[in-house]
Design a protein around this ligand. Structure first.
Ligand SMILES: N[C@@H](CCC(=O)N[C@@H](CS)C(=O)NCC(=O)O)C(=O)O
Length: 232
């Protein structure tokens, strides 16, 4: 059976990582059986130093995109068979927008903003023994803020980052419209990505301005709730 290595539940969702949640949702939607190995220590075992990764017998696959391609091939998953080539290409690019752009907005909202950092600190480092619980969180935070600077998003003002985030939600809401899923009435691969990311803003137990921006879109809220009810 496929083994999924993740962080474990946080902020009221199955995993506080959108990439882990994407793979988790994909396997549920595609009815792939898997075992769940939640532990922040998995980061040390990961071939790319990031989560998620999966193990399937002798095969280890890291990175949500490569994991999904592997699963699609291995189990002959046909979730995208109803999509035209154009829709497949658009959904790939939309997925990359969430992976590579919205992700950093999420990171900023959690790690850089003081209002949410206190919750992140408690959730991720709360069980650490003294004195590590004093030393590690600020060092980790500096590391993430430096990554935001190097990536570039961290160089924008707070207002600019909120604008980018809001435009992403607005665009997703427009594309979804009144449909049940992004490309019709049955879920495709992109829905796993969209659910993985949108849940991190909509379904979590956090209440910051970024959560508010997402929750303004009723169809995105319903979308997350529908998938949660159906597959979780
Ligand atoms: N491209 C990777 C990104 C995975 C990723 O960035 N995971 C984050 C959690 S959301 C992580 O493991 N961060 C730990 C670290 O960078 O030390 C994927 O699609 O799986």
């Amino acid at each position: 059976m496929i083994k999924l290595y993740s962080f474990g539940p946080g902020f009221g969702v199955v995993d506080p990582s959108p990439f882990v949640l994407k793979v988790d949702a994909y396997m549920r939607i595609a009815s792939i059986e898997y075992e769940y190995f939640p532990d922040v220590g998995n980061l040390k075992k990961s071939p790319k130093g990031k989560l998620p990764f999966i193990v399937d017998g002798e095969t280890m696959v890291a990175d949500s995109e490569f994991i999904i391609s592997y699963l699609q091939e291995k189990f002959q998953i046909k979730l995208d068979s109803n999509l035209s080539d154009e829709q497949k290409s658009i959904s790939y690019l939309m997925g990359k927008s969430l992976d590579e752009n919205l992700y950093w907005c999420l990171v900023y909202s959690r790690w850089a903003k003081d209002d949410t950092w206190i919750h992140v600190k408690k959730a991720f480092f709360g069980k650490m023994p003294f004195p590590l619980n004093f030393v590690v969180p600020p060092i980790a935070r500096i590391g993430v803020i430096s990554a935001l600077q190097k990536q570039g998003l961290g160089r924008h003002t707070d207002e600019e980052i909120k604008t980018i985030t809001q435009l992403t939600f607005k665009s997703l809401s427009e594309v979804l419209g009144k449909k049940t899923y992004f490309f019709g009435e049955s879920p495709c691969t992109f829905d796993a990505t969209a659910f993985g990311f949108l849940s991190q803003f909509i379904s979590v137990s956090l209440n910051n301005q970024f959560n508010d921006l997402a929750r303004e879109y009723g169809n995105l809220v319903d979308y997350c709730n529908n998938i949660k009810d159906k597959y979780y």
